[in-house]
Design a protein around this ligand. Structure first.
Ligand SMILES: NC(=O)c1ccc[n+]([C@@H]2O[C@H](COP(=O)([O-])OP(=O)(O)OC[C@H]3O[C@@H](n4cnc5c(N)ncnc54)[C@H](OP(=O)(O)O)[C@@H]3O)[C@@H](O)[C@H]2O)c1
Length: 246
């Protein structure tokens, strides 16, 4: 894997899976734009680490639920690093709620951050990817897209929507040298998506056939393999310890 000269945007790079993915992309030579919403400290520390590795890196703050902030974020990256070759649409929210407690605001927030932002970012960055005849997009979905999961219907719907988006983009962009794939993790440790409480996490582990939580690096490795391989597009790989055998 050699991504020297490629510019990658990882959204949600201040979180567990995004941090691991951005690190691996930088190790493989890419320059990195690190998207974040609130955790500037984590994003800045990672950018500094990447610069010490010899790659260029900028942090870009923006609420992906806001289309204007999203488009400004891409403009900022292009001004500092150049056109985006690799989009890892990873940022996500998921508040655990039962059906009757999901407000319209919660539904819209979840759909807008998890699904609409992936569509808008892809629509924006593929203009340049098509012109250059090379691009890679990986959407971070969830096992919830297939099983319903434990967060709630708002989250499951947003993650299932990403799979449909991935298939549509993959079909239309394949002739232009742009691949589009999805990864569907489940129960990954050291992320904001898990309760962070040992008892609850032990109970969740009982759901996983391999008998432990996943690691952010194990998701990052799959994302990297999608980026490296020009002959895989339109695929979803579950990184779920065997929860949903297909
Ligand atoms: N962890 C799991 O078990 C698991 C399982 C299945 C799928 N996933 C998916 O994996 C992806 C990464 O999550 P994670 O597990 O690494 O959790 P995480 O540590 O909570 O990271 C979430 C990231 O999303 C960013 N984010 C949240 N709301 C945002 C917004 N409105 N605008 C821009 N960025 C926003 C956060 O930024 P700040 O921290 O800066 O606010 C953070 O960087 C998510 O899409 C999640 O749904 C995770």
């Amino acid at each position: 894997m050699d991504f020297h000269g490629r510019v990658a945007l990882v959204t949600g790079a201040s979180g567990g899976i995004g941090h691991a993915t951005a690190t691996r992309l930088a190790e493989a030579g890419a320059d990195l734009a690190l998207g974040y919403a609130g955790n500037a400290q984590a994003a800045e520390a990672l950018a500094e680490h990447i610069r010490q590795m010899g790659q260029r890196s900028v942090t870009v703050k923006g609420d992906l639920a806001d289309p204007n902030q999203l488009l400004t974020l891409v403009d900022t990256i292009e001004a500092h690093l150049g056109s985006i070759d690799i989009l890892i649409s990873n940022a996500g929210v998921g508040t655990r709620l039962p059906l009757e407690a999901i407000s319209l605001e919660e539904w819209e927030l979840t759909i807008n951050v998890n699904l609409r932002s992936a569509f808008l970012l892809a629509q924006r960055v593929t203009l340049g990817m098509r012109e250059r005849g090379w691009g890679r997009i990986v959407l971070v979905s969830s096992v919830a897209a297939f099983t319903g999961g434990i967060v709630g219907p708002h989250y499951a719907a947003s993650k299932a929507g990403l799979i449909g988006l991935m298939h549509s983009l993959a079909g239309s962009l394949a002739p232009h040298g742009v691949t589009v794939n999805a990864v569907a993790p489940a129960l990954i440790a050291a992320t904001g998506m898990l309760p962070g409480n040992a008892d609850e996490e032990r109970a969740l582990t009982l759901r996983i056939p391999v008998g432990r939580l996943g690691r952010p690096e194990e998701v990052a490795e799959v994302i990297l393999s999608f980026v490296a391989n020009p002959f895989i597009t339109g695929q979803t790989l579950l990184v779920d310890g065997g929860i949903y055998p297909r």
